[in-house]
Design a protein around this ligand. Sequence first.
Ligand code: SF4
Ligand code: SF4
Length: 375
Amino acid sequence: MTRGERAIELARDVGFDLAGIAPCAPPPDAARFEDWLDRGHHGGLAYMARDRARILDPRLLLPSGKSILVVGFAHSRPAVDLADRGLPGGGRVARYAAGRDYHNRMLKMLRRLARRLKQEGLGDLRRPVADAGPVLERSHAARAGIGFLSKAANLLHPRFGPWFFLGELLIDSELEPTPVPPAGSCGSCRACIDACPTGAILEPGRVDAGKCISFHTIESSELSPRPIRERIGPWAFGCDVCSEVCPWGHSAPDTSAKWGDSPSLVEGGLLRWLAQTEPRPAWAEATALRRPGEAGLARNAAIALAHAPSEAGRDGLLGALSSHPSAMVRAASAWSLARAHAPDEGVVRAIEGSLVREPDPVAEADIRASLDQAF
Ligand code: SF4
Ligand code: SF4
């Protein structure tokens, strides 16, 4: 057994579903990432432009780095519709976020793996990266044979499709790279490109983050542009459309028992998200759903409520319009009310009243546009 093979065996012992090794060097498709940045397709992901050099060359993260041990952890589960769980207001949540927080768990597993590697003399100075780290993780993962790069710009595995997390361990010793990637390709399929609600997949392998629902419901701290808002549909956190239509993921095994349900789903639901005003509510701690913050979750809830109008949803939106402390949430509530309940005279009067009171000029302009839309 080579040192590389032993490292992969240890990764599986620790509990990862997938593991492979790539050289600690810029990946072959680095130029494609630069072009994506240069064309501004990173949208509001400003840290990507700021961190360009480190993202491109992992040796800037760990100067003595020789190898990258890339790992994958499956998170396939049935679609997550909050209405199906009896939570008022409905709404959909990206499957990866429906389980208990993966980020801390991945980091703990990576640290455990690093200790095992050190004990066996397979590498010391190491740096764990789980999901949000500054590395081109899908490119390194493809090079490590974990899967193949797809037209939706994600990584596909023959068994798990797109449904797995990636993590990396940068290590300071030469481990034999994994030579053969799993077989597969998108071929002539273009289901994800055709299904994307916002047209964010500009061409095979290129996603405009500024158009992507995942960006607008997770990373962005602003209200999405109105044309995007119209197309967000039921998505209250993330978007799985391009993954759900992908034939490679259709027979992925259900791993939901491994992850459980996040407290935010069990105790929350859109109306609770919308009414939440206190920072860092206990029920959202230790879950991926805390990422956009309480105002971001309330904004998402307001927009998703337009997709499935109900009396309870209307009352929740009216409450948020009149008293939510976030101007962004007040504007999102006005938009949602105008879109889903506009013929209701009481609703129109409430939006007019909020316009008079609104102190924030950006929210005021948005509410005015919603009012125009209501007539
Ligand atoms: S996550 Fe949704 S919005 Fe983003 S590219 Fe995929 S289908 Fe399009
Ligand atoms: S839906 Fe089709 S084109 Fe898109 S990633 Fe999957 S196989 Fe590739």
